[in-house]
Design a protein around this ligand. Structure first.
Ligand code: HEM
Length: 168
Protein backbone atom coordinates (compact mmCIF):
# COMPACT_ATOMS: atom_id res chain seq x y z
CA UNK A 1 0.00 0.00 0.00
CA UNK A 2 2.86 2.42 0.82
CA UNK A 3 4.20 2.16 -2.76
CA UNK A 4 0.74 2.99 -4.16
CA UNK A 5 0.34 5.89 -1.75
CA UNK A 6 3.74 7.43 -2.54
CA UNK A 7 3.08 6.95 -6.27
CA UNK A 8 -0.32 8.63 -5.87
CA UNK A 9 1.14 11.65 -4.05
CA UNK A 10 3.86 11.93 -6.73
CA UNK A 11 1.27 11.77 -9.54
CA UNK A 12 -0.90 14.27 -7.67
CA UNK A 13 1.92 16.76 -7.32
CA UNK A 14 3.00 16.24 -10.97
CA UNK A 15 -0.54 16.98 -12.21
CA UNK A 16 -0.78 19.96 -9.85
CA UNK A 17 2.52 21.50 -11.00
CA UNK A 18 1.70 20.90 -14.68
CA UNK A 19 -1.59 22.81 -14.35
CA UNK A 20 -0.38 25.57 -11.99
CA UNK A 21 2.89 26.00 -13.94
CA UNK A 22 0.99 26.16 -17.24
CA UNK A 23 -1.37 28.82 -15.88
CA UNK A 24 1.51 30.94 -14.56
CA UNK A 25 3.42 30.60 -17.87
CA UNK A 26 0.36 31.74 -19.86
CA UNK A 27 -0.38 34.70 -17.56
CA UNK A 28 3.22 35.84 -16.84
CA UNK A 29 4.98 35.02 -20.15
CA UNK A 30 2.67 34.34 -23.09
CA UNK A 31 -0.01 37.05 -22.60
CA UNK A 32 2.45 39.95 -21.90
CA UNK A 33 4.59 38.82 -24.88
CA UNK A 34 1.56 38.61 -27.20
CA UNK A 35 0.58 42.19 -26.27
CA UNK A 36 3.59 43.40 -28.28
CA UNK A 37 2.85 41.11 -31.25
CA UNK A 38 0.59 41.73 -34.27
CA UNK A 39 -3.06 41.50 -33.08
CA UNK A 40 -4.17 38.89 -35.64
CA UNK A 41 -1.08 36.72 -35.04
CA UNK A 42 -1.52 37.15 -31.26
CA UNK A 43 -5.18 36.12 -31.36
CA UNK A 44 -4.30 33.00 -33.38
CA UNK A 45 -1.45 32.01 -31.06
CA UNK A 46 -3.58 32.58 -27.96
CA UNK A 47 -6.41 30.52 -29.46
CA UNK A 48 -4.11 27.59 -30.31
CA UNK A 49 -2.16 27.72 -27.03
CA UNK A 50 -5.45 28.01 -25.12
CA UNK A 51 -6.94 25.00 -26.90
CA UNK A 52 -3.82 22.89 -26.32
CA UNK A 53 -3.62 23.86 -22.63
CA UNK A 54 -7.35 23.21 -22.20
CA UNK A 55 -6.84 19.48 -22.88
CA UNK A 56 -3.77 19.34 -20.64
CA UNK A 57 -5.70 21.16 -17.88
CA UNK A 58 -8.70 18.82 -17.86
CA UNK A 59 -6.46 15.74 -17.83
CA UNK A 60 -4.68 17.28 -14.79
CA UNK A 61 -8.05 17.91 -13.10
CA UNK A 62 -8.97 14.24 -13.60
CA UNK A 63 -5.65 13.08 -12.16
CA UNK A 64 -5.74 15.35 -9.08
CA UNK A 65 -9.33 14.34 -8.35
CA UNK A 66 -8.54 10.60 -8.55
CA UNK A 67 -5.21 10.74 -6.70
CA UNK A 68 -6.51 13.32 -4.22
CA UNK A 69 -9.44 11.04 -3.33
CA UNK A 70 -7.04 8.12 -2.90
CA UNK A 71 -4.71 10.26 -0.73
CA UNK A 72 -7.68 11.18 1.46
CA UNK A 73 -8.75 7.54 1.68
CA UNK A 74 -5.26 6.46 2.76
CA UNK A 75 -5.43 9.18 5.44
CA UNK A 76 -8.68 7.60 6.70
CA UNK A 77 -11.05 10.19 5.22
CA UNK A 78 -14.34 8.81 3.85
CA UNK A 79 -17.46 10.47 2.36
CA UNK A 80 -19.29 10.20 5.72
CA UNK A 81 -16.67 12.50 7.30
CA UNK A 82 -17.97 15.39 5.19
CA UNK A 83 -21.40 14.95 6.85
CA UNK A 84 -19.80 15.23 10.30
CA UNK A 85 -19.78 18.90 11.49
CA UNK A 86 -17.14 18.19 14.16
CA UNK A 87 -14.77 16.73 11.52
CA UNK A 88 -15.40 19.63 9.13
CA UNK A 89 -14.57 22.05 11.99
CA UNK A 90 -11.35 20.22 12.87
CA UNK A 91 -8.14 21.87 11.55
CA UNK A 92 -7.53 19.00 9.06
CA UNK A 93 -11.21 18.67 8.06
CA UNK A 94 -11.45 22.42 7.58
CA UNK A 95 -8.40 22.47 5.27
CA UNK A 96 -9.72 19.55 3.19
CA UNK A 97 -13.25 21.05 2.94
CA UNK A 98 -11.85 24.46 1.92
CA UNK A 99 -9.54 22.87 -0.68
CA UNK A 100 -12.37 20.88 -2.24
CA UNK A 101 -14.62 23.97 -2.27
CA UNK A 102 -11.95 26.02 -4.06
CA UNK A 103 -11.40 23.10 -6.47
CA UNK A 104 -15.14 23.06 -7.33
CA UNK A 105 -15.00 26.83 -8.07
CA UNK A 106 -11.91 26.25 -10.27
CA UNK A 107 -13.75 23.50 -12.18
CA UNK A 108 -16.80 25.74 -12.74
CA UNK A 109 -14.68 28.75 -13.80
CA UNK A 110 -12.55 26.56 -16.10
CA UNK A 111 -15.62 25.02 -17.74
CA UNK A 112 -17.15 28.45 -18.33
CA UNK A 113 -13.84 29.83 -19.66
CA UNK A 114 -12.83 26.81 -21.75
CA UNK A 115 -16.19 25.86 -23.26
CA UNK A 116 -18.16 29.15 -23.34
CA UNK A 117 -16.36 32.47 -22.97
CA UNK A 118 -13.02 31.41 -24.56
CA UNK A 119 -14.57 29.97 -27.77
CA UNK A 120 -17.03 32.93 -27.96
CA UNK A 121 -14.11 35.39 -27.72
CA UNK A 122 -12.21 33.49 -30.45
CA UNK A 123 -15.24 33.49 -32.74
CA UNK A 124 -15.95 37.18 -32.10
CA UNK A 125 -12.30 37.97 -32.85
CA UNK A 126 -12.64 36.13 -36.17
CA UNK A 127 -15.94 37.80 -37.16
CA UNK A 128 -15.48 41.34 -35.79
CA UNK A 129 -11.88 41.98 -34.75
CA UNK A 130 -11.60 44.89 -32.32
CA UNK A 131 -15.38 45.40 -31.92
CA UNK A 132 -16.68 46.38 -28.43
CA UNK A 133 -18.25 42.91 -28.00
CA UNK A 134 -15.00 41.19 -29.03
CA UNK A 135 -13.01 43.32 -26.57
CA UNK A 136 -15.55 42.62 -23.79
CA UNK A 137 -15.32 38.85 -24.33
CA UNK A 138 -11.51 38.91 -24.55
CA UNK A 139 -11.25 40.92 -21.30
CA UNK A 140 -13.71 38.56 -19.58
CA UNK A 141 -11.76 35.50 -20.73
CA UNK A 142 -8.45 36.93 -19.54
CA UNK A 143 -9.86 37.97 -16.14
CA UNK A 144 -11.30 34.46 -15.70
CA UNK A 145 -7.83 33.08 -16.48
CA UNK A 146 -6.23 35.39 -13.94
CA UNK A 147 -8.89 34.52 -11.35
CA UNK A 148 -8.16 30.83 -11.80
CA UNK A 149 -4.44 31.48 -11.42
CA UNK A 150 -5.04 33.13 -8.04
CA UNK A 151 -7.29 30.20 -7.01
CA UNK A 152 -4.53 27.78 -8.11
CA UNK A 153 -2.10 29.46 -5.69
CA UNK A 154 -4.71 29.19 -2.90
CA UNK A 155 -5.16 25.46 -3.70
CA UNK A 156 -1.41 24.83 -3.30
CA UNK A 157 -1.39 26.77 -0.01
CA UNK A 158 -4.30 24.66 1.28
CA UNK A 159 -2.48 21.52 0.11
CA UNK A 160 0.54 22.46 2.24
CA UNK A 161 -1.82 23.05 5.20
CA UNK A 162 -3.40 19.59 4.71
CA UNK A 163 0.03 17.95 5.03
CA UNK A 164 1.69 20.25 7.60
CA UNK A 165 -1.14 21.92 9.55
CA UNK A 166 -2.29 25.54 9.78
CA UNK A 167 0.54 28.07 10.34
CA UNK A 168 -1.29 29.68 13.29
C1 HEM B 1 -5.92 21.62 -9.10
C2 HEM B 1 -6.20 21.15 -7.91
C3 HEM B 1 -5.17 20.69 -6.90
C4 HEM B 1 -3.90 21.13 -6.68
C5 HEM B 1 -3.16 22.25 -7.40
C6 HEM B 1 -3.35 20.32 -5.59
C7 HEM B 1 -2.07 20.44 -5.09
C8 HEM B 1 -1.52 19.63 -4.11
C9 HEM B 1 -0.13 19.67 -3.67
C10 HEM B 1 0.94 20.60 -4.23
C11 HEM B 1 0.01 18.74 -2.68
C12 HEM B 1 1.29 18.39 -1.89
C13 HEM B 1 1.30 19.23 -0.65
C14 HEM B 1 2.50 18.92 0.23
O1 HEM B 1 3.03 17.80 0.23
O2 HEM B 1 2.87 19.83 0.98
C15 HEM B 1 -1.28 18.14 -2.49
C16 HEM B 1 -1.54 17.18 -1.53
C17 HEM B 1 -2.79 16.67 -1.33
N1 HEM B 1 -3.93 16.90 -2.07
FE1 HEM B 1 -4.11 18.14 -3.63
N2 HEM B 1 -4.29 19.42 -5.17
C18 HEM B 1 -5.42 19.62 -5.95
C19 HEM B 1 -6.63 18.95 -5.88
C20 HEM B 1 -6.91 18.04 -4.89
C21 HEM B 1 -8.17 17.34 -4.77
C22 HEM B 1 -9.35 17.52 -5.74
C23 HEM B 1 -8.08 16.54 -3.65
C24 HEM B 1 -9.12 15.61 -3.07
C25 HEM B 1 -10.03 15.00 -3.78
C26 HEM B 1 -6.74 16.74 -3.08
C27 HEM B 1 -6.27 16.11 -1.96
C28 HEM B 1 -4.95 16.16 -1.52
C29 HEM B 1 -4.43 15.40 -0.37
C30 HEM B 1 -5.22 14.45 0.53
C31 HEM B 1 -3.08 15.73 -0.25
C32 HEM B 1 -2.09 15.20 0.81
C33 HEM B 1 -1.27 14.12 0.19
C34 HEM B 1 -0.48 13.42 1.28
O3 HEM B 1 -1.07 12.53 1.90
O4 HEM B 1 0.68 13.80 1.50
N3 HEM B 1 -6.06 17.64 -3.86
N4 HEM B 1 -2.20 18.68 -3.38
Amino acid sequence: MQILYVLSVWLHIMAAITWVGGMLFLVLVVVPWLRRADRVVAAGLMRDAGRRFRSVGWVCFGIVLLTGSFNLWVRGVHLRNFADAAWRASPFGHAVTLKLSVFIVVLALSALHDFRIGPAATQAQRQAPGSPETERLRRLASWMGRGNTVLALILVALAVVIVRGWPW
